[in-house]
Design a protein around this ligand. Sequence first.
Ligand code: ARG
Length: 377
Amino acid sequence: MHHDQWRMPDWTEAEEFIRLFHSEHPNQPVPLSMRLRQVREHLETYGTYRHTRAELDFGARVAWRNSSRCIGRLYWQSLRVIDRRNAVTPDDIHANLCDHLRMATNDGRVRPMISIFAPATPYRAAPLVWNSQLVRYAGYRAEDGTAIGDRGQTGFTETVRRLGWQSPGGWFDILPLVIQTHGDKPQLYDVPRELVLEVPLSHPDFPGFARLGLRWYAVPAISNMRLSIGGVDYPLAPFNGWYMGTEIGARNLVDPDRYDLLPVVARLLGLDTSSESTLWRDRALVETNIAVLHSFEAAGVKITDHHTESRRFLTHLAREREQGRIVPADWSWIVPPVSGGITPVFHRYYDEAELRPNFHLDEDARERSTGGCPVDH
Ligand code: ARG
């Protein structure tokens, strides 16, 4: 489905959202019945309607609250919402994306934040960023078939090379942003180096770990998901939280189709890899995760571990229950990829409802961000 193209907001969805907003925020200056009439009139006259600032804030926060794959939802109310609906040119959008990174990074005290750009309208396509995140490392396939960098980004790296990017060919090259506005050709923009906070990885007990030269960036800012509020689509609404260590230490650096580093770490640690039953993979995995948490903490960059975050999620469930709300959750995403069974989130099932507002990864957005490859991470 091509959601960056115009889709008329559905009145039922609009009404449902406006009612939800008023039920959680009573005593609005414009009463519910009047606002509903306004929205309906706008829909009938213009084919769309414009969210108020308060509706936009609420809609974005509830989209996070409803994100069933996210374990970090306890702080959904504190999401900072930046209204960028007036940014039009690729230059403006690039400047706003840079501001997002600067404000979200906050010198390492990472803040959950979303920048919401213009929705699609009948007259103008919404702006788009092709990248899956504002910061990503390039991936290359060498002639002999070996991989350099993030294998999850080889397709997208090919795309930006075709668009004219001069690739350095290293292990941690920050990809340029691809920004596309109304019917124009996509434009390449570098992310200014000084805006990308990165952490060099070291291990508290194994000095050799630092010599591997590994690093990761501080702010995961998803840029290819469509925010959908009350029937209005915002295809460009990059958002970020802070990292949970396992995302880096158990997936990004470890998955065979990403950095695939377990054999490298095992060699460094001198583990016996001659048989699976030595559990060398598990040992290398835990040490890698210790290195990630240790390094971020040493660098003063906000990060969380999976035990703490699991407990917080249970607090979130309890709080939401008190409010009479269900918490839709996807077990296979909520349970951390290491030590699942020793975190409390493992030992139960979750409500699988799909609630609105929400974030969606559309097929065409996924293809743009993977260079058409069938899988992304
Ligand atoms: N798992 C993704 C990554 O490793 C980031 C997803 C969002 N994560 C977050 N902590 N807000 O880059």
